[in-house]
Ligand binder design. Structure first.
Ligand code: F6R
Length: 241
């Protein structure tokens, strides 16, 4: 795993976005899987600006949402589809049919998940990930099988509690649908983004823990092309004191 550590959040954002622009220029039909959450917020804002000033284009790309919360109204701004649209998709030139998302309201979720995996096809060229405080990737909580595909999952209590910051109400989602670890681990390239002091301990554990599904993030150490981008605070435990 490549470790990229930056002195400031600004330089962390600039590097991620500049590499992302490079990938899109080299492979205009890039197939990507993107997370929501607090971590990528400013990365998306900078990428939207890049598209706005003509530095790069998503016109031939495909974007898949990494996961989705269940049990919320379709127009809830905290649903990942709505969040990603608001933070990135509506501001870039991605053709609407190239934006793929999960629908937790569909009656046959299993079939829907299979269709999502079929649409992903040969796998992602690039997956961007945040990291949960317990090591979850997407909604693949500790204990998720490493050969899992897109499926309905129950969220851990800590994940439910920490999701409160995404919502303006108290009806916190108890479950969701997520792209599975098999698909994430089988992607050509994976970037894990971590910023802020709250991620310091899980970043340390991602590198130091035994490689095991009990810490899904640790499984990425076996990926042949995974990069971990940390700012000074999230990477604080990685420098010799
Ligand atoms: C969201 C997702 C989650 C988050 C993780 C970190 O689509 O996949 O796994 O990446 O919970 O969340 P933040 O970035 O809010 O700290």
């Amino acid at each position: 795993m490549n470790l990229l550590r930056f002195d400031s959040e600004e330089s962390w954002i600039a590097k991620v976005v500049s590499l992302w622009r490079d990938r899109l220029r080299t492979t205009p039909d890039l197939t990507m899987c993107l997370p929501t959450g607090t971590t990528p917020l400013r990365v998306y804002a900078e990428m939207a600006r890049s598209v706005g000033v003509g530095l790069v284009s998503f016109a031939r790309a495909r974007v898949f949402v990494l996961d989705e919360f269940g049990g919320l109204a379709a127009d809830d701004p905290g649903r990942t589809r709505n969040t990603l649209r608001h933070q990135l998709i509506d501001a870039i030139d991605l053709p609407p049919p190239a934006f793929h998302f999960l629908d937790p309201d569909i009656p046959d979720v299993t079939r829907h998940c299979k269709a999502y995996d079929a649409a992903i096809g040969d796998g992602f060229d690039l997956v961007l990930l945040g990291i949960g405080l317990n090591g979850h990737l997407g909604m693949n909580e500790p204990g998720s099988p490493s050969d899992s595909t897109t499926r309905r999952v129950d969220l851990h209590t800590t994940t439910i509690e920490s999701s409160a910051r995404y919502f303006s109400h108290h009806n916190l989602p108890q479950w969701g649908i997520t792209v599975g670890l098999k698909t994430i681990l089988g992607s050509k390239e994976v970037w894990v983004l971590a910023n802020g002091a709250s991620k310091r301990e899980i970043v340390r554990r991602m590198i130091a823990d035994e490689i095991s599904p009990s810490n899904p993030a640790s499984l990425l150490r076996r990926h042949p092309n995974c990069s971990l981008f940390v700012d000074a605070e999230a990477g604080g435990s990685l420098i010799a004191e």
